[in-house]
Each structure stands twice: as structure tokens, then as C-alpha cells.
Design a protein around this ligand. Structure first.
Ligand code: BES
Ligand code: MN
Ligand code: MN
Length: 462
């Protein structure tokens, strides 16, 4: 029997085990869930050990630990390093979930007639990295593991992977491999499989605008003293011009203008704007003038307010001229833009827009580098072959808008090109209420990963 049959025969078990992992609320952003995050690490460790990894350990970091496991069948054979994250985003707002975020249920949807698993982390990233554990289990059980494998599953991706750079630097030898395989991205659809070849970077800022030294009566003082919320809104409005271009001076200096040929190719990916709008219940899309939706999310940088608060937001009305206003602002970056530099430019610009009637404070949060992955590597060819084998179609290379900052770290520190072989869909509602992951995506993903190992071994033989 080959691993493919093992996967088919163990479908129910594979799903059940994922559901168990999804029941652990491993929210890294909220200290309230600390014990659960550690419990998830423990679960990952045990599942790796049960699948047949030799060396399995929970490696402490100043934050949440990295789970490491390996199976070296022959040091002369190629080695695949698998990366994923067992932490998840907060589930808030809970009231918008149709079923509890940490009580997974399988429901059929239009896009998933065979069912999808609804739970926080189902697609991002528990359901995705767990495919690797299960593919490994299947290959071990059937004796067709063809490459060495190392697992590195972290617990701080959703909070910026602050400790991962050090972990990689300190464990270069241990992590030495021939390719990094990551499933933490989307594919176009099950009918049009794709492999991600680009991810955006990120610069995340918090801003604080302070007006008077205390909240004021909006009748007594209103009209005479600057209202920090009004000012904050005005500043934010000035951060983009009429063409939705970001006004921060120098922001576009390093942005690569891609050739007409490249852009044409990018736009050949199947994309239905009408369907896109319908699924989001919007009448029109909006973005930088002169670029298509695929370009706006794939190759262009952005600026978005992620949250804004201040003043009175309780029941009823309270007349108040608040002392402070706040916002969280993120910028998605494209290759060559440096998040430290962009944060700096943003800070200067934001401060320059503030009138003397208020004080502003800009605090950079985490950032991350963009990444582009070549399609000429052995790893990419193996991914292409695996997709061809399982889906019967040639994978389309795509650039995605999200960020996995660790991607560029693997390139810089380990000199490895990561293969972004994700099986989620854009509609999986990651980071949103009702996140879900198609059962079929999960099972075909496991098969494709097993096929990747086979092809990587074959293509690595010179
Ligand atoms: N898996 C996502 C990144 C992603 C999402 C890639 C969709 C491609 C398509 C990852 O877990 C994530 O959410 N990353 C954060 C950045 C991080 C520094 C918090 C993001 O993109 O916002
Ligand atoms: Mn993720
Ligand atoms: Mn995420």
C-alpha cells in the first residue's frame, strides 16, 4: 500500500485529530490563553512523535516555544524543512460566529459541498501545518518516506514571530535542509490550483493624538479646542490621495515597477471581478488607480486603518470632547521596501500633518519583510509536479497580499527558498469570524505534500 491509500483509509482519523487540535484556544496575542498555547505546543509535539519523528522537542524561546521534530532516514538524502504555526488569531468578535470558534463543526457550504471545518485556526494555520504531520505519518506508515524531514512549528506567528530570527540564527545547523515547505497561504481554487511565489511585507503602527489635557464638555469647549478624533480622521484622510496613492514622501521610492509583460502574466490568473464583489457584498472595488485587483493585492503596497478609537462609545449619548484619539495603521509592503525605513518615513509624515493644536505620538509595532520566490528551483518544480499529480493541472504561480515574515528569513539565514504550498481559499475567512477550511482541501493537501516528497527526491538526484 502506498501513502496515498493510507491517507484515504485514515481520512476520518485525520479529521478527528485536527478537530482536537482546534479545540485548544491557542491565541498568542492574549496572555489569558497562555496555558492553552503551551498545550497546543504539547499536542503538536505528541502528534509528531506518534507519526514517527525521532527527535521531538519543545524548544523554549523568550516567548512561546518552537516545536521541533525530525526524521533522518539517511543523511545523504535531501532534507525538507516544514514550517508552520500552532498559534491562532483572537476569535473576537465572538457574537459573529455561527458556531463557537473553539468547538469545531463540519458544515457544507456552496464552495465546500463536501464540508468545511469551522473553527479559529482551521485554515490559518493549524489545518494547514497539520497536513504535513499527517502526510509524514502516512509516509512513515507505508515506508515511502523518500526524504529526511525536519519540522519547525512556531507559536508566535500571529504576533510577529519576534523570537524566531534568533531561534533560526542559533540553530542554523539543526535546521540545515535543502528546501523549506510552508503551507500558510491560499490557492486560487481546487479547480485552479496555484503555488504562491510572492508575499507582501508589513509595517504596523499605532498612533496617538492628544488634544486638551482632559476630556471636556463639548458644549463649553467645543468649537474652540481641537478635537483629537476630528484631527486624527483628517490626518488619516490625507495619507492617501485621490488616486489612492500613499502620500508619505519616499514611500514608493524602492517599489519596483514591474514590466508590462509581467503584469500581463499576473493578470492571466483566473479572476472574476463580478464574483469577487458579489462574495463581499460590495458594489465597487477600490484601490490604487491604474492597477487591477490582482495587482493591487499582489504587487502594490497599501495603507489601511485596522482600528480606531477614542471618546465615548457606550450606550446612549454623552457629550464629550475627548482628550485622546488612537488608531492602528498597517502598511503592506512589496519587495525592496524596508519596513524600518517605511516606519520612519510614516512617522515623520504623520507628525508633519499634525497641527499645533494637538500632540501626536507614533509607535511602530512589528514589521516583516516581503518575499519573492523563484520558480526555477528544484523545490518549485517538485511542487508543480505534486500539484500536477494530485489535481491534474499545472499550478499557476500567484502573488498574495498577506505576510509571512519568516519567509525572507529562511532565504537570508539558511539560504533556502521556501515553497509556499498552501491549500486555503481567500474565502476561508481567516482572521475573521467563521473561519473554515475545506475538508477536501485538507485531504488533497495531505496527498500533495506526500507527492512533493516523492518528486523532490527524484528531482534532487543530479
Ligand atoms: N497565514 C497568514 C498570512 C497569509 C494570509 C498569507 C493570507 C497569504 C494569504 C499569516 O498567519 C498572517 O496572518 N500574517 C500576518 C502578519 C503577521 C506579522 C502578524 C498578516 O499577514 O497580517
Ligand atoms: Mn498563518
Ligand atoms: Mn494569520
Amino acid at each position: 500500500m502506498a501513502s496515498k491509500d493510507y491517507i484515504q483509509q485514515n481520512q476520518d482519523k485525520f479529521i478527528e485529530e485536527l478537530l482536537e487540535l482546534l479545540r485548544i484556544p491557542s491565541v498568542s496575542a492574549d496572555p489569558k490563553f497562555k496555558e492553552d498555547v503551551l498545550k497546543a505546543a504539547e499536542y503538536v509535539k505528541n502528534s509528531l512523535a506518534q507519526a514517527g519523528a525521532d527527535k521531538v522537542e519543545i524548544c523554549p524561546t523568550p516567548g512561546y516555544p518552537v516545536v521541533y521534530g525530525e526524521k533522518i532516514i539517511d543523511p545523504a538524502l535531501p532534507t525538507v524543512l516544514v514550517y508552520g504555526h500552532y498559534d491562532v488569531q483572537p476569535a473576537d468578535p465572538y457574537e459573529l460566529w455561527e458556531s463557537a470558534p473553539f468547538e469545531p463543526v463540519i458544515k457544507k457550504t456552496d464552495l465546500h459541498p463536501e464540508g468545511a471545518i469551522f473553527a479559529r485556526g482551521s485554515a490559518d494555520d493549524k489545518g494547514q501545518f497539520f497536513m504535513h504531520v499527517k502526510a509524514f505519518e502516512a509516509m512513515m506508515a507505508e515506508g515511502d518516506l523518500t526524504c529526511n524531514v525536519k519540522f519547525m512549528i512556531e507559536g508566535e506567528e500571529e504576533v510577529g514571530s519576534d523570537n524566531l530570527a534568533n531561534f533560526i540564527k542559533e540553530n542554523k545547523e539543526k535546521l540545515q535542509s535543502d528546501v523549506v515547505l510552508i503551507s500558510d497561504t491560499s490557492m486560487l481554487s481546487l479547480e485552479t490550483p496555484s503555488v504562491t511565489v510572492g508575499l507582501r511585507g508589513l509595517a504596523y503602527m499605532q498612533v496617538e493624538v492628544t488634544g486638551p489635557n482632559r476630556d471636556l464638555h463639548s458644549g463649553t469647549y467645543g468649537g474652540a479646542v481641537a478635537n483629537p478624533i476630528n484631527i486624527l480622521c483628517k490626518i488619516i484622510a490625507q495619507l492617501q490621495d485621490e488616486d489612492k496613492r500613499i502620500t508619505v514622501p519616499g514611500f514608493y521610492d524602492k517599489v519596483e515597477e514591474l514590466s508590462a509583460e509581467y503584469r500581463k502574466k499576473l493578470n492571466e490568473a483566473p479572476f472574476d471581478l463580478h464574483d469577487y464583489k458579489r462574495k463581499l457584498a460590495i458594489k465597487e472595488v477600490e484601490g490604487e488607480a491604474g492597477f487591477t485587483t490582482l495587482e493591487r493585492t499582489g504587487i502594490r503596497p497599501t495603507l489601511d486603518v485596522n482600528g480606531i478609537w477614542g471618546g465615548y462609545i457606550g450606550e446612549g449619548a454623552k457629550t464629550v470632547l475627548p482628550s485622546k484619539a488612537y488608531a492602528k495603521i498597517s502598511m503592506r509592503l512589496v519587495p525592496h521596501q524596508d519596513h524600518h525605513e517605511i516606519s520612519e518615513l510614516f512617522q515623520q509624515h504623520f507628525e508633519s500633518l499634525a497641527p499645533d493644536s494637538v500632540k501626536v505620538k507614533v509607535t511602530p509595532h512589528h514589521g516583516g519583510k516581503p518575499a519573492v520566490v523563484p520558480t526555477s528551483s528544484v523545490g518549485y518544480k517538485a511542487a508543480e509536479a505534486a500539484v500536477q499529480e494530485v489535481f491534474g493541472k499545472k499550478a499557476i504561480p500567484t502573488r498574495e497580499g498577506g505576510s509571512v515574515p519568516i519567509t525572507s528569513l529562511f532565504q537570508e539565514e539558511l539560504k533556502l527558498d521556501p515553497i509556499l504550498l498552501g491549500f486555503g481559499l481567500d474565502t476561508d475567512a481567516i482572521h475573521s469570524p467563521n473561519e473554515h477550511y475545506g475538508v477536501k482541501n485538507y485531504l488533497l493537501g495531505i496527498e500533495t505534500i506526500a507527492a512533493f516528497f516523492k518528486h523532490f527526491r527524484k528531482l534532487s538526484q543530479k
